[in-house]
Design a protein around this ligand. Sequence first.
Ligand code: PLP
Length: 393
Amino acid sequence: MISSVLPTYNRAPLSFVKGEGSWLVEADGRRFLDLGAGIAVNTLGHANPDLAAVLKAQADTLWHVSNLYTIPAQQALADKLVEETFADTCFFTNSGTEAAELAIKMARKYWFDKGQPERIEIITFDGCFHGRSSAAIAASGSEKMVKGFGPVLEGFVHLPFDDLDAVRAAVGDATAAIMIEPIQGEGGIRPLPDATLKGLREICDETGTLLILDEVQCGVARSGKLFAHEYAGITPDIMMVAKGIGGGFPLGAVLATEEAASGMVAGTHGSTYGGNPLGCAIGLKVMEITSDTAFLAEVNRKASLFSQGLEGLVAVYPDLFETVRGTGLMLGIKCKVAPAEIVAAGYDAGILTVPAADNVVRLLPALNIPDEDIAEALKRLDAAAQAVSQAKE
Ligand code: PLP
């Protein structure tokens, strides 16, 4: 008999009833050090008191109003995002997938309004992940995601990761946009070299093609910069944000330049919940905290502490691990064994990690993880590795 919850997930035999900072607690009191943070969502840890205070205050004042009216909390968050980034304008969503939907619509509408309706193609890359809607699975193009869900939305061109020559060859009269994650998350913590991102920007500038960056997983200080593209010294035309910006509350956004957003006039897009007062009040607090230079410096300090420890772990277990990769606190260990084995051994050792493609175990802790929790994480990862190693002997 089918379970009352649609069985689309392979769930671990764990169930948490409470979160405190970097820790999750089961009903029997067992504590797990959380290096998944809801897959890069709980930016400031579980039940962060500053965010909880904002949520409670907003809940006592106003939960939801329709986008038929101006929403002050939404306006304040949009102003903050515009102040901190390349963007001139923002649309709020409840998830990354919805942000992908709008980014794709915006790029196509841009060319339609420019009198070039044939420019509909969006170039995407091997290993990318942009969500699970019909457009987002078509963007990924991976057989695993599209199989059985046809007809697949047309107009996506899939290219190898990090291959500028392939992009140059593919951009043509029908190209609307290039859509890419500066650091692939689901694809296995694969940072795009800065030179490649710069090269993509150049190609876009030469051809008018719009550059859409998907910073759903790598954005909002996770990379050690507020947004990961800052490392390459370029700006996109359109950017998708979600996950971390809500700190655990469902919130996403599409940020865009005035030019790229020019087709999105009244009536072209909408969302009942997108930009609701609760989500936006929290998003503003998250942005205020994470955009602070002292906070970003701390993320980078913690990131080097953690990645140095992980390098040590890789050196101790050469049969299990290959390398550490990633930027800031978006880290991955490339494994020689199935990542699921390390993740499962982690459960026994009281630590939560997340598998990704390309044989990688992802480590995406809260950005304010205390140093002593980093030390504890390294101990527990060592215990997990030792268990996997011994089981192989
Ligand atoms: N884009 C990227 C880079 C992601 O990592 C994800 C989710 O993992 C998405 C889009 C989809 O976001 P959501 O699951 O919030 O719809």
